[in-house]
Write a protein that binds this ligand. Structure first.
Ligand code: ASP
Ligand code: MG
Length: 414
């Protein structure tokens, strides 16, 4: 089994869809499962629609634009191949938007239905284009079991493995098509896997099916040694280990969703990044071996961070201070991106996303109110607009302890 995932930019218009259909035909060996994102920009449009509805604003014009775009794609696909046999229910979507407008709120369950609608459009369009191959639509809600809410759900790999395998067994086909980004919880409620979560869907499917390869088709040539928007000499990295890819995606390389690598790594399925616009070009291969002749393999960056420093005479040698800092933040659901402590234990510094800064400061103020009054803790220092730059070193200096990467904080250029 091959698993191929196509992102929104590869599905944005009829030319893109035709290109994907050609790639599928060229790559198809025995059996293939396609995982599709929504047509480029459509999820953002759905997010905007639900926001307008929720806030009581008129959404008739963006609604008509969305319908017109989908109808346009449908008629172009019909001209190229045939009419989609199962078209998503736009009236159903409209009813839910109207319901949101009426209530003035959008429960997560409804929101996840609305924002995953684009994936259903992609599946319907692609199924029509690949109808001659007998392409079969796999209902993601039936085979991707998730837990952890509606919006950023985690996939339950063992249950999904059984569900997906049973489904494919009962519905034999050469080409399967499944909506990315979508799952369902144990009660059968539709869930979404987090923005850009289709990569994760593909990785999950590849792991469940023990696929020979999981290909992520996108609009760049692969994982780059640095962000080409900032660094001119950036080059494509041919091979990465799972661990490198995981950390690179966490520390800012945008090509892969950070949750993607774990399922592939667990199942030992190699993952390849390929460019839809240049299918013959070798992409970046992520597997359990890393090969490189370069001393520095890649540089990635994560932006819009703030660094907080908690310090004071009460920190030195006091057991449990770090635990208190991080418990306070965890209680308020603040995610910490990076932690460092001065060697004399006088201060702890850590980075949070800028958007969480106010919450983090408030949590710390409350937790250390007494220490602050007693002069044991100084006012928390804040540095805003930082970026973490991660330098990936593959060769080590023999006398130093080897670390796969080291991190440095840079003020963000403005
Ligand atoms: N369509 C969803 C999004 O834009 C999922 C994805 O593209 O992976 O977030
Ligand atoms: Mg995407």
């Amino acid at each position: 089994m091959q698993v191929l995932k196509f992102g929104g930019s590869s599905l944005a218009d009829a030319d893109c869809l035709a290109r994907v259909s050609a790639i599928v035909r060229a790559e198809l060996k025995e059996q293939m499962l396609l995982v599709l994102s929504a047509p480029g920009g459509m999820t953002d449009a759905l997010v905007a629609l639900s926001e307008l509805a929720k806030t009581g604003q008129d959404y008739s014009i963006p609604w008509q634009a969305l319908c017109a775009r989908a109808e346009g794609l449908k008629s172009e696909v019909t001209n190229l191949a045939q009419a989609p046999s199962a078209w998503p229910d736009f009236q159903d979507l409209k009813r839910r938007l109207d319901g949101v407008a009426l209530l003035g709120q959008c429960p997560d369950a409804v929101y996840s239905y609305i924002i995953s609608f684009g994936e259903r459009i992609s599946v319907a369009l692609m199924q029509a284009l690949l109808a001659d191959l007998g392409a079969h639509n796999v209902p993601a809600e039936q085979v991707v079991r998730s837990h952890g809410g509606f919006m950023d759900a985690e996939v339950d790999l063992d249950v999904s493995k059984q569900l997906l395998r049973e489904y494919l067994h009962a519905n034999p086909a050469k080409v399967y098509i499944m909506a990315g980004f979508t799952g369902a919880d144990a009660q059968g409620n539709l869930t979404t896997l987090g923005r850009n979560g289709s990569d994760y869907s593909a990785a999950v499917a590849a792991a469940c099916l023990e696929a020979e390869l999981c290909q992520i088709w996108t609009d760049v040539d692969g994982v780059y040694s640095a962000d080409p928007r900032y660094i001119k000499g950036a080059t494509k990295v041919d091979h990465l280990s799972y661990k490198e890819a995981m950390e690179l995606s966490y520390f800012g390389a945008k090509v892969l969703h950070p949750k993607t690598i774990m399922p592939c790594a667990k199942a030992g399925v190699p993952c390849e990044i390929k460019n839809t616009h240049d299918p013959m070009l070798p992409g970046s291969l992520i597997s359990d071996e890393a090969r490189s002749s370069q001393p520095v393999k890649a540089i990635s960056s994560l932006q819009d961070l703030a660094m907080l420093t908690v310090s004071g005479p009460g920190m030195k040698g006091k057991v449990g201070m770090a635990a208190k800092v991080f418990t306070a933040l965890a209680t308020d659901n603040v995610s910490i991106v990076l932690i460092t402590q001065s060697s004399c234990e006088f201060s702890i510094s850590f980075c949070v996303y800028q958007q969480d800064l106010a919450l983090a400061l408030h949590a710390l103020e409350q937790a250390f109110e007494l220490e602050a009054k007693a002069g044991l803790i100084e006012p928390v220092q804040v540095q805003r607009h930082l970026a973490i730059v991660t330098l990936w070193v593959t060769r080590c200096v023999p006398t130093r302890a080897w670390r796969p990467s080291f991190l440095h904080l840079w003020p963000r250029p403005r």
